[in-house]
Ligand binder design. Structure first.
Ligand code: FPP
Length: 240
């Protein structure tokens, strides 16, 4: 049997964010339509969330659709929206049953109205939960989020601080991510959580998202646990 690499000494990140890249390439390699890659990706996303909460993670943010992705061919977008229409509520209910609050973060008016309704209904079903959270980023772009927050601050007529500005972002209710994982070989953030990622540890995996297993998540967490997060301080200051 494979050894469990997470031990009592492993520091579990409070908040993990994931860029779920490589679904299309995973499908292409198997001569399957991209939509099958996305379906498998969605199922893997749910499995990883369940595993992460079991390990003691409190917040998970997943990048499901960027503002740039909205320019993809209609057929692909219809496939992604079809996944939401047919499975989102049921899948999210399964994960959120363990006391997790769901938030959908992004510029939601850019999505079809029936999709917006499904997302709002799913959020409402979990609104009474506190302490653990899932953010699903849809029609999300970090620059859009920051510009939106600046405009909110202007409308309020208030000067902002780093903390008060964070409360104007779509992710207002979550702490900053401790660990950001990107699958699919690319090594960039692609307009994801640019404000919140200031001190996040970054982890890149060559695996395509549908094949990123629970064990792969364990490996990322162990690597995170080994790193020293100094937040700009010296080792000596940290020891004090
Ligand atoms: C980017 O990789 C990923 C996406 C555009 C979508 C990711 C979405 C899911 C995994 C599940 C869907 C979840 C919801 C809530 C709808 P890509 O698929 O474009 O891969 P590629 O870079 O290999 O083409």
């Amino acid at each position: 049997m494979e050894k469990n690499i997470i031990t009592e000494e492993t520091r579990i990140p409070r908040h993990i964010a994931i860029i779920m890249d490589g679904n299309g390439r995973w499908a292409k390699k198997r001569l399957l339509p991209r939509s099958v890659g996305h379906k498998n990706g969605m199922e893997r996303m749910i499995g990883l969330m369940e595993h992460a909460f079991d390990l003691g993670v409190s917040y998970i943010t997943v990048y499901a659709l960027s503002t740039e992705n909205l320019k993809r061919p209609k057929e692909e977008l219809d496939g992604l929206f079809g996944l939401i229409r047919n499975h989102f509520k049921e899948y999210m209910k399964r994960v959120c049953e363990r006391g997790v609050r769901l938030r959908v973060v992004g510029n939601l008016p850019l999505l079809p109205e029936d999709i917006q309704r499904i997302l709002h209904e799913s959020e409402a079903e979990t609104a009474h939960f506190e302490g653990k959270g899932i953010n699903v980023a849809l029609a999300y772009g970090a620059r859009d989020e920051i510009v939106n927050a600046v405009n909110k601050a202007i409308a309020l007529g208030e000067k902002v601080t780093e903390e008060s500005f964070a409360r104007l972002l779509y992710t207002a209710d979550s702490p900053d991510p401790d660990l950001i994982i990107r699958t699919g070989k690319e090594v960039r953030l692609s307009n994801f959580l640019l404000y919140q990622a200031a001190y996040s540890e970054l982890y890149f995996s060559e695996k395509m998202f549908p094949e990123f297993s629970d064990k792969d998540l364990d490996k990322a967490i162990v690597e995170f646990s080994r790193r020293t997060r100094r937040f700009g301080k010296t080792d000596e200051q940290l020891q004090e």
